[in-house]
Write a protein that binds this ligand. Structure first.
Ligand code: 3SL
Length: 268
């Protein structure tokens, strides 16, 4: 069960030494959900930070690594992506650029997880920039461990968190240009729901409590939730029905993108 905490204050203990002992003994995890990168604090980064962009950047990252991509480098702007990818052999790189849901001119790919076939991805490095998702990755770059999560890899992310045993976790949604996105919050809730079921002791901020409730309400209707969500509707207008169905699938891809040296995301 998830318990709430008030602005990072622990509910039962004000003595730091006793707190540290209790935290280590009981494997208590403190989870903070932030709906957008703008809402995440700039300091006191956690032991582990998780970026979510269900529609579609982190779902695509999971799919690309599952399909055999060598690694993924994320950029907040296209000129930096182009300059960095230039130094990589042309036959070993793919440029994926998305703005407003559509592919950026001059790129090999947009941001569809369905393009991530083994034939396309095998052995290639993906240089990626999207409207919101890659900004979230940039925002949490200072954390010790940085992961990318989607509904598709929810159970693998939770398994890794149980193994890593971080004391503090941030789950940061990408939203849409600074505003809330339903699908990112439901994914945060799915992670918290599974984590708290397995650990028993999880403390969360109010956003974490709300995210878990949202997941509990919609867990059997994920495609329905995507159709209600504003970015889901934007993608429907772009005829991305099959992308939405794919992104709404829970626990289907056993891959966790983790940030490694040089900021490259690789498969755990
Ligand atoms: O906002 C993003 O980063 C993208 O994932 C948006 S889209 O799903 O590719 O339209």
């Amino acid at each position: 069960m998830l318990h709430s905490f008030d602005s990072g204050r622990w509910p039962f203990c004000h003595q730091p030494l006793i707190l540290i002992t209790l935290v280590n003994f009981f494997k208590i995890v403190q989870v903070s959900v932030y709906h957008t990168p703008e809402l995440a604090p700039n300091d006191n980064l956690p032991d582990c930070a998780i970026a979510i962009d269900v529609l579609r950047a982190t779902t695509t990252m999971v799919a690309a690594l599952a399909a055999g991509a060598e690694g993924i480098q994320a950029f907040i702007d296209m000129p930096t992506l182009m300059a960095n990818s230039e130094s990589w052999p042309a036959d070993k790189r793919l440029r994926a650029g998305e703005r407003g849901g559509s592919k950026v001119a001059g790129c090999d790919l947009g941001n569809s997880p369905l393009d991530c076939t083994p034939e396309m991805m095998g052995g290639k490095r993906l240089f990626m920039s999207t409207t919101n998702g890659t900004r979230t990755l940039e925002k949490i770059a200072g954390a010790k461990t940085v992961l990318a999560a989607a509904l598709t890899n929810r159970s693998s992310v939770v398994d890794y968190l149980l193994e890593l045993n971080p004391k503090t976790v941030w789950i940061v949604g990408s939203g849409w240009e600074g505003t809330y996105a339903l699908e990112d919050t439901v994914c945060a809730g799915a992670i918290i729901h599974s984590l708290s079921k397995q650990l028993g002791q999880v403390y969360g901020n109010d956003e974490a409590v709300a995210a878990e409730s949202l997941y509990e309400q919609w867990q059997s209707k994920m495609v329905g939730l995507m159709h209600v969500a504003s970015h889901g509707q934007r993608l429907l207008r772009l005829n991305c029905h099959t992308d939405i169905e794919y992104c709404a699938t829970l626990d289907s891809v056993p891959v966790v993108p983790i940030r490694t040296e040089g900021g490259v995301f690789r498969k755990l």
